[in-house]
Design a protein around this ligand. Sequence first.
Ligand SMILES: [Zn+2]
Length: 292
Amino acid sequence: MSKYSIHVLEYAFVEEFPLSGLVYGAHNQGTCKLPYGYVLIKGNGHNILVDCGHDYAAYGKTLSDRFGVINWRSPADVLAEVDVTPADITDVIITHAHFDHMGGIQFFPNATFYIQERELSKWIQIMSLPRQFRWLMVATDPADILRCVALAEQGRLVSLSGDHEDLFPGVDVMLSKESHTPGSQYVVVRNDGLRESSDGYVLAGDLVYRDENLTGGDPDDPHYIPVGLATGSQTNILMTMDRMVKAVGGDRKRVIAAHEERLPGYYPSRITDAGLSIVEIALATGEPSAVA
Ligand SMILES: [Zn+2]
């Protein structure tokens, strides 16, 4: 019995992104497609998003254009492909505060948001640093931080301190401190509901960008390579990758990276009329496929 349906929904992409931006040290190894997406976990009366994309407006548009993001579609358009509206979203787990993960807060009027307390407070601290530290803000929109604080005033923010098992039944969030960002978190879905799950998936946020981060390009004798962008410790990222792989019993394909362009080839998927992919990671028992 699977409790949740899990879909990775692409909402925009970069056509040619330097591989070295994703796999640490992969200099002069060319470019790849970089999809931007969020993950819908549906079941048990919840429509949970892991991250919420960004708005192609204001500074979100500026950052988008700087990274070469094209073909942006709104959450209303993207979620319609799986028969969900933004108003139906009950909960949003923010893996970290980069603009393409947290820049869509305003699209989800009924959702409660979950972020690590450390992620929020440390970004406020980073925003307070002198101008010469602005590289740290390379992918952060200050307006998103303000919107996140506003959620607290509205009673719609849950700030987490560390790992949290069963945030929803069978859904754990795990802190990866001082890694990709100060307080990144990733999500483990134990889809059989068991504590020692044999049907687990990890939704990795930006702690894994591509397969090479988990395999080193050698699946037969794998080693971990950090992601290409981090403000924290690369060692912490490698330790987190190992925790992730162990959480899915060593099956690396169950560590889901929404930025991995090859993901639609690993699971049932389809391309929408807008030219964006929908990847069906899991289906709750009895649910019809959204990609057939
Ligand atoms: Zn990021």
